[in-house]
Design a protein. Structure first.
Length: 288
């Protein structure tokens, strides 16, 4: 059991680096994912993940696979698309989901085109699916910084963010913090997507946020417990996904997200707060 579950992380430095990086993403991304889920913004997070791509691609066009250039470009592009989608929804007849879908498709196509103009298929795969097994010191520092800033930001914003999520009308009646809270939260989302982009790629970056959050929501209605469960699911998914990648020689990023997906599917059936079997047993109990 030791050889299967622990030895790969003891023997190989790249496995330890991957575990540290994925754990940082899970610790920061899971709480963000919970708020995205409760605010019914999960698809918004997915659209913003793809919005990061053209900015990162422009950074790649000028500086190659430079961490600083791609991160800065992705951060700027994500924020611009979020603001643009909101502006389109407010000034036209389109709803926000439609404008986000449009920007999502444009961003994905533009980013892939830009990378393809200069790079190889390997570079394109790196951008789309990440390289969690090849994290260097600079990337680990970035992921640690993102996790730290996210946790500090959520600690400061927690009360107004919970109110703005659950009862925005009440928060608006007692405070003007709703608007700034929303903007700062979106900034944290983009920052986490940029960090996840470096390890998991643009196609999978949002998975480490939304799947653990959706899993946790099927087990409890308590906000704090939901965040704790989501974080644990993210951490365990990272650990199992990396082990499966090592044992079977499959891509690490997709296996991490696939493991989180398995937890989600199991929770759909067995979850204590909305799972299929829970609902059936409750119905039978009421009939009796």
């Amino acid at each position: 059991m030791y050889d299967i579950l622990i030895a790969p992380f003891i023997e190989f430095e790249f496995m330890r680096r991957a575990l540290v990086g994925a754990s940082a993403l899970a610790i920061a991304g899971a709480p963000i994912g919970v708020f995205l889920l409760l605010r019914r913004m999960s698809l918004t997070g997915d659209a913003m993940a793809h919005a990061v791509l053209p900015g990162a691609a422009i950074g790649y066009l000028f500086a190659g696979l430079s961490l600083g250039a791609m991160s800065a470009g992705g951060m700027i592009a994500g924020c611009l698309v979020a603001l643009a989608a909101g502006a389109v929804a407010r000034t036209t007849s389109l709803r926000e989901d439609a404008s986000l879908a449009a920007f999502y498709l444009i961003s994905l196509a533009l980013g892939v085109t830009i990378v393809s103009l200069r790079g190889s298929n390997v570079d394109l795969l790196h951008v789309l699916f990440g390289s969690v097994l090849a994290l260097d010191n600079a990337t680990l520092i970035l992921l640690a910084a993102v996790a730290s800033l996210t946790l500090v930001g959520l600690a400061i914003l927690y009360r107004p963010l919970v109110l703005e999520t659950l009862d925005p009308a009440y928060l608006g009646s007692i405070s003007r913090a709703g608007g700034p809270t929303q903007l700062i939260f979106l900034g944290l989302v983009v920052m986490n997507l940029v960090g996840a982009f470096q390890a998991l790629g643009t196609l999978l970056a949002v998975g480490i946020m939304t799947l653990p959050a959706a899993t946790a929501r099927l087990w409890t209605n308590d906000m704090t417990l939901t965040i704790v469960i989501a974080t644990l699911v993210g951490l365990i998914s990272s650990w199992i996904g990396l082990l499966a990648s090592y044992q079977f020689g499959a891509p690490s990023g997709p296996l991490i997200i696939l493991t989180a997906g398995v937890f989600y599917l199991v929770s759909i059936v067995l979850g204590r707060s909305g799972g299929l079997l829970r609902g059936r047993f409750s119905a039978r109990h009421l009939e009796a």
